[in-house]
Design a protein around this ligand. Sequence first.
Ligand code: ADP
Length: 165
Amino acid sequence: MIVAIYPGSFDPITNGHLDVIDRARKIFDRVIVAVLRNPHKVPLFTVEERKLMIEEAVRDLPNVEVEVFDGLLVHFARSKGCRIILRGLRAISDYEYETQIALINRKMAPEIETVFLPTSTEYSYLNSTVVKEIARFGGCVRGLVPPGVERRLREKFGLPMVKGR
Ligand code: ADP
């Protein structure tokens, strides 16, 4: 049974994240999406809201579950008996940061491997910050995030719902 942990802020989850999750669940027996409660970042959505939005989006994916964690990722991974950390890579700029984190994690927990999945090209420009900026200024985020996230972004920024495209 190979369990992979996919950690992140997911503030909020995007279709880029979902693409990584959907591909990972075909490689690993179980995927745990782990939402970080980060005391150093002020998120748009609470950790409970972020978890709920992911749960809605992965409802039909039987081997995917969602959890919240704080503290060191390797401690959380060990507590779950997990030996794989999964991260998505978009650009070369991701690679530098992600490799550093992967090496630090390996130093702390040599039994845990980090596995990178490259983004699908259609999501290579997509991240949570871009989505929040579009929504904040009244742009349409349909196709970039799951429907439940689109709805909550509109609620958060007090925007009307758009019908169709
Ligand atoms: P963090 O704050 O830990 O970077 P994010 O929620 O921004 O958390 O991202 C979680 C993971 O998903 C990271 O590995 C990130 O590189 C990856 N990721 C984010 N957006 C995409 C995307 N569009 N395609 C592929 N991977 C992505």
